[in-house]
Design a protein around this ligand. Structure first.
Ligand code: HEC
Length: 144
């Protein structure tokens, strides 16, 4: 199985297993974005980049089979996933074998993770935001 297919399969599994969350998508407030930016820069930017640019050659695993951190901007695939899946990944990790992604359950609160997600969305263009909102709405219809 190609790694990209494996990632997709793992995300679909995550999506199926994801707990029913609230996932309300009120417009992010300035305060939430400021909180998200500070938390992103403290907890995520060292790997995913200050502007969400990710690490170089992020599709190629190293000699130990560990993948570099993918971008969160338009060039990555963060915007392909619904809110609840992204929050789940932040809390529990990606589920990839030999994952380089830490888990933040018990480190960040749900509210803090939502603020980070709101901030990550500022890396996206209008089309990516619209697409991701559609995916999020679909997820909610199917899971709530
Ligand atoms: C130590 C490096 C590191 C840190 C710090 C880190 N990540 Fe990751 N992250 C990764 C790697 C590597 C992956 C790729 C998948 C894997 O190896 O499991 C990943 C994957 C992801 C994914 C899934 C891929 C995608 O774009 O949908 C999300 C979402 C994510 N990280 C969000 C975050 C957030 C939010 C933070 C901060 C709260 C964070 N990460 C902190 C290394 C890191």
């Amino acid at each position: 199985m190609k790694p990209s297919v494996l990632v997709t399969v793992l995300f679909v599994l995550t999506l199926l297993l994801a707990a029913c969350g609230s996932g309300e998508d009120a417009q992010a407030t300035e305060a939430q974005l400021a909180q998200g930016k500070a938390l992103y820069e403290a907890n995520c930017a060292s790997c995913h980049g200050l502007a969400g640019e990710g690490q170089p050659n992020w599709k190629i695993p190293d000699a130990n089979g560990v993948y570099p951190a993918p971008p969160h901007d338009n060039t990555g695939h963060t915007w392909h996933h619904p809110d609840e899946v992204l929050l789940q990944v932040m809390a529990q990790g990606t589920g990839m074998p030999k994952s380089g992604m830490p888990t933040f359950q018990g480190v960040l609160t749900r509210e803090e993770m939502e603020a980070i997600l709101a901030y990550i969305k500022t890396f996206w263009g209008e089309e990516e935001r619209a697409f991701q909102k559609q995916v999020t709405d679909q997820w909610k219809e199917q899971n709530q």
